[in-house]
Design a binder for this molecule. Structure first.
Ligand code: PTJ
Length: 243
């Protein structure tokens, strides 16, 4: 039992959710390692949403609201950490939700689907086909889901699918605490922020944003600038710590 007044309560609770996810079969053991890498980068952000991340989150809302067919792609870590936040974002943005796993098994697909549904998420279901040009199981997706989408949100992604989706002409938004990852470097829009902070910020922007603001955010979007700003924030944290 983690006491609420523990100074690292939020971080420890997230770790608990990942550990529970491993125990229930929702999260793969590799997902626990991915989470630890995220935690390390979050320290460098001061565990808060930077000004550039907040701008990225508003721009993500603009892309999602402007999309013709938008899909939120959910993996094991995302489901374990943020099922309720995914539900709220899907409702606010009108995006569909599809499960896409790197370590795909039928049992994991069923466990994650049940967990999302229990949290009020409507999950796209059907027969997945090998529709993406990838040699692993992330190639499997729904023809009327990720394959047909013009805008896809891929939180905590592992690289080559992001590249493949961009090459297919889709707008790919990622949430990744590591600004140096292949996903972060190749996505159309990279939100360098922690998943459970980023999702509510995007949801709020979807609820509040007017179309003119959205159009302007998309027109001004420059992912290189966002990545540079995230690295600068991390550098400032390190410099301050050394003073
Ligand atoms: O559930 P599966 O089978 O699809 O597998 C999911 C994992 C996460 C194991 C798989 O996608 C993977 O190996 O991912 P990577 O390559 O480790 O990339 C995950 C990225 O997410 C890393 O760059 C982490 O820094 C980042 N990350 C981890 N936790 C968070 C995060 N970013 C934002 N918020 C987090 N909570």
């Amino acid at each position: 039992m983690i006491p609420e007044d523990h100074p690292r309560y939020r971080s420890l609770m997230a770790r608990e959710r990942i550990a529970d996810g491993v125990r229930s079969g929702m999260v793969v053991i590799e997902g626990a390692s991915a989470h630890g890498r995220g935690e390390a980068f979050d320290y460098l952000l001061g565990e808060k949403s930077s000004a550039s991340a907040k701008r990225a989150e508003k721009t993500a809302a603009a892309f999602l609201l402007a999309g013709f067919r938008t899909v939120i792609s959910v993996n094991g870590n995302t489901a374990a950490l943020a099922a309720a936040e995914i539900r709220d974002l899907a409702e606010a943005s009108g995006a569909a939700v599809e499960i896409n796993l790197f370590h795909r098994t039928d049992v994991r697909m069923e466990t994650i689907t049940a967990h999302l549904k229990a949290n009020g998420v409507t999950v796209l279901e059907g027969t997945a086909e090998r529709l993406l040009p990838l040699s692993h199981d992330r190639a499997l997706c729904l023809r009327d889901g990720i394959y047909a989408a013009d805008v896809v949100l891929v939180p905590l992604e592992d690289g080559d699918r992001c590249e493949a989706l961009v090459a297919m002409g889709k707008t790919v938004i990622t949430i990744d605490l590591n600004p140096l990852s292949r996903t972060a470097q190749t996505a159309t829009l990279t939100i360098v922020d922690e998943l459970t902070r980023a999702l509510p910020n995007i949801t709020r922007a979807c609820r509040e944003q007017n179309p003119e603001t959205g159009e302007q955010l998309i027109a001004d979007h420059d992912n290189h600038r966002l990545l540079y700003a995230a690295l600068q924030t991390m550098q400032e944290t390190l410099t301050d710590a050394m003073d």
